[in-house]
Design a protein around this ligand. Structure first.
Ligand code: BGC
Length: 803
């Protein structure tokens, strides 16, 4: 930007600040009615302006691109939004282990947000991956809180540096989709603080997001939206959060309780449903004016901050630059899981056989509220045709209307594919076969979980047919979460693209040909068998595995896995040497434990490439009856090295790296003992280690025993029965007992199907609506239906169901 323009913007901004009334002054001009109205949104996406007294801020999903529904207000049809750039989803970008990549992505998204006047982006999603089966895992970073927290903090920085507010979500413990609005995540205090809240804590403290979205679920029996300990004591008092808490859309179940707990803005517009509740409570003296004022003031402050950022107006968006960023980020994110000399394939117009419809109908994003409408970009098949002499065999058909996951490969398609593959192989016995497979749209998405890690049966069938004919097969796989790839043990290579955004086709070509060197590492364990954290189909989700989430479980139990946390190959090789660990302090009771460490990393191969250096701490063995993960990630850095280049990498570890959360002392406390600090290329590929001794407390004096934790996390609630139903029950719960509600549900069901564009229950967009209808509390249907489900009608349903 030229100096004159910069100066002009600076002056303009300064003027606006001077002219701007303070939040407090504005608050004083509002009537109590206006203040209460301010606590609920207007329409699906906007804040209230109190007759022009407060600048409006508009919100939009998020997180890996702009899902702008603007004037259309068509919240119900999540797939209807303006065209935008689709960047890699969180599970993909997390595999880059690159905080700069996450920041770059958010900065790019913020440009598009500004161009559309969007002030708050609803992202990033950062729940810990407790189970590989959570349908929304593609929207989350990792099973590790350090990695998730760092990536989230850089995302927030990228967004907010450009004047657009971030809204980290879903706070907290929303780790499965089944019964997401009626289940309770029951968890011990230590696991909550060490694992599930710790990522949010890091992001809040490091980047001060302007807003945070509370989740749908309950935590230990209290809705997150009304959880005072979570929203006020921990988030605001402990962590110093200064922004606003926004409810997930429809997550506010008890407006008065939520306001008093620390929720500021309930979304979407409940058409005065919340207003009436809060006003009535205020009139009866059940809510204090100061409670209303505090929330209103916070909203006004955020509105003012965002309107000041307007001075730095959008300079328009160059979509080709955006697309190129999406391409670069996709290349950073892909993970090479296996390679017996198959990749890269030199682009010398040689013949390759491409099999599998996903090469053509690419799956590059997930379904649900993060769905981006993109422009048309070349698929992998088109891209590969530019550099190879391609023979293409479609094989399976990946549309949710015709095939479901368990269906075998259609006999006719199968015979055709076999015939074609066989004839190509007869003429070219050594031809490399690139098999494209993975999770189709129906397999994972918002609103539902997966049953297992398997691929659609038709993809497995086709692979078996190929393998029977040739051994020269490399896989290119798609999906937002771990897959069961045990059936492909004979394949020479596997390149997992995750859901890598709109430039997926170009990224596939660049990585397959070696134009780009894969450098992603898994941000989650790919288990062989899922041993912990399975989604629950009851009202209680009991976190009995406690702190052993993800690799903390698999590494502590020494279980066999398909691919471990932190794993990923490259076309080059890296050597680690000369680890030096220096203790800076920590002699006096452990309060000030601090280590500095450094090591050399050298690219010993023939290609330039990036390496993610991971620093783990191996903990001392816990005493009998107590739990501590065997090993934990404590730092990481990604660096690029030319062939033969060597660089020294430095890290610092503070007290937190040697601490546990003590339920007895209500804080993080250093545990004394002998630790090992390790530099590694994955959690199972430890290259260098050094032992250190740390002064601190005894584990058994700081934390509860394992048995105690398991017992306290275990709850078994009964479904409500006839006579007990209230507005907090879902239609699905009532339908268990009431024929009337069953019929009603059927009617609504048919209505949703009839008004959808696909008319099929397997369409992810329809699936969300159906699960919301069945599983969400009636309270939530009232507040999100835009008036279609009135309070009167909802109460009528409850009365009928109770009879
Ligand atoms: C999702 C949020 C999303 C919101 C608005 C909810 O159903 O859980 O992640 O931001 O809708 O679309």
């Amino acid at each position: 930007m030229c100096v004159r323009k910069k100066l002009w913007l600076y002056l303009q901004n300064g003027f606006i600040i001077i002219l701007m009334r303070t939040a407090l002054e504005i608050l004083k001009t509002l009537s109590i009615e206006e203040k209460i109205r301010l606590l609920n949104g207007v329409g699906s996406w906007n804040s209230y302006d109190a007759g022009g007294k407060i600048p409006v801020f508009s919100m939009s999903d998020g997180p890996h691109g702009l899902r702008y529904q603007g004037g259309k207000e068509s919240y119900a049809n999540i797939n209807q939004s303006d065209v935008a750039t689709c960047f890699p989803t969180a599970s993909a970008i997390a595999s880059s282990w690159d905080v700069d990549a996450s920041q770059r992505m958010a900065a790019a998204i913020s440009k598009e947000a500004k161009a559309f006047g969007v002030k708050i982006m609803l992202g990033c999603g950062m729940n810990i991956k407790r189970s590989p089966l959570c349908g929304r895992n593609f929207e989350y970073f990792s099973e590790d809180p350090l990695l998730s927290g760092e990536l989230a903090a850089s995302y927030v920085r990228g967004m907010q540096e450009n004047g657009v507010g971030a809204c980290i979500k879903h706070f907290a413990l929303n780790n499965q989709e089944k019964f997401r609005q009626s289940s309770s995540s029951n968890v011990g205090e230590r696991a909550m603080r060490e694992i599930y809240l710790s990522a949010f804590e890091r992001a809040v403290k490091k980047s001060q997001p302007l807003s945070i979205m509370c989740s749908y679920n309950m935590i230990n029996g209290t809705y997150a939206s009304a959880h005072k300990e979570l929203l006020s004591d921990i988030l605001r008092s402990d962590w110093g959060f200064g922004g606003i808490v926004i409810s997930d859309w429809g997550a506010d179940i008890d407006a008065v309780k939520s306001l008093r707990a620390g929720l500021d803005l309930a979304m979407p517009d409940s058409k005065n449903y919340f207003y009436r509740q809060i006003k009535a409570a205020y009139d009866k003296g059940l809510v204090k004016q100061s409670e209303i004022d505090e929330a209103a003031l916070r909203i006004i402050e955020v509105a003012l901050k965002l309107s000041r950022a307007d001075a730095f107006a959008s300079r328009g968006v160059d979509y080709s630059v955006q697309h190129n960023t999406a391409f670069e980020l996709a290349c950073e994110s892909a993970v090479l899981l296996k390679n017996d000399g198959f990749f890269p394939i030199a682009p010398k117009k040689q013949k390759v056989l491409v099999v599998g419809e996903l090469a053509q109908k690419m799956r590059f994003q997930g379904g649900g509220s993060s769905h981006i409408t993109t422009a048309e970009y070349p698929c992998a098949l088109d891209e590969l045709c530019k550099v190879f002499d391609v023979v293409y065999v479609q094989g399976y058909v990946s549309t949710f209307c015709k095939e479901s996951k368990k269906q075998k490969l259609n006999a006719k398609l199968r015979a055709e594919a076999q015939k074609k593959i066989r004839s190509v192989l007869e003429q070219n016995p050594d031809i490399p076969v690139l098999y494209f497979c993975g999770l189709e749209e129906t397999c994972e998405g918002e609103g539902f979980d997966r049953d297992d890690m398997s691929l659609p049966q038709s993809h497995v069938d086709l692979y078996r047919d190929i393998e029977a004919l040739t051994k020269n097969v490399g896989l290119v796989t798609f999906g937002g979460s771990p897959l069961d790839l045990t059936f492909t043990s004979g394949a020479k290579a596997v390149l997992h693209m995750y859901l890598c955004g709109e430039a997926c086709g170009e990224a596939c070509r660049a990585l397959i040909t070696g134009e780009k060197n894969p450098c992603g590492k898994l941000a989650e364990t790919w288990p062989l068998q899922i041993e912990c954290g399975l989604p629950s189909a009851s009202l209680d989700v009991n976190y009995i595995e406690g702190i052993l989430a993800g690799y903390r479980w698999y590494e502590t139990k020494n279980s066999a896995v398909q691919y471990e946390f932190g794993y990923g190959l490259s076309y080059t090789s890296f050597e680690y040497s000369d680890l030096r660990v220096e203790k800076k302090s920590g002699g006096n009771g452990g309060d000030a434990v601090h280590f500095e460490l450094s090591l050399d990393v050298e690219n010993t191969g023939a290609l330039g490439g990036s390496e993610v250096v991971q620093i783990y701490v191996e903990n001392p063995l816990p005493p009998q009856g107590f739990v501590r993960p065997r090993i934990e990630l404590r730092a990481f850095k990604k660096l690029y090295l030319e062939p033969g280049e060597k660089k020294r990498v430095c890290f610092e570890l503070d007290a937190r790296a040697f601490s546990v959360y003590s339920e007895k002392r209500h804080g993080f406390e250093v545990v004394g003992g002998e630790y090992k600090i390790c530099a590694a290329a994955s959690v199972r590929d430890i290259r260098l280690c050094q032992s250190v001794s740390v002064v601190g407390g005894a584990l058994e004096e700081l934390v509860q025993s394992d048995e105690c934790v398991r017992k306290s996390a275990f709850v078994s609630r009964e479904w409500h029965k006839k006579g007990e139903f209230t507005l907090t029950d879902s239609l699905g719960t009532m339908a268990r007992e009431s024929g009337f509600v069953r019929r009603l549900l059927k009617m609504f069901h048919l209505y949703i199907l009839a008004t959808s564009s696909s008319h099929t229950a397997e369409d992810p967009a329809v699936r969300i609506a159906l699960s919301a209808l069945e599983e969400n509390p009636l309270e939530s249907l009232i507040s999100t239906s835009g008036g279609a489900v009135s309070e009167k009608f909802a109460r009528f349903i409850v009365r009928k169901a109770n009879r």
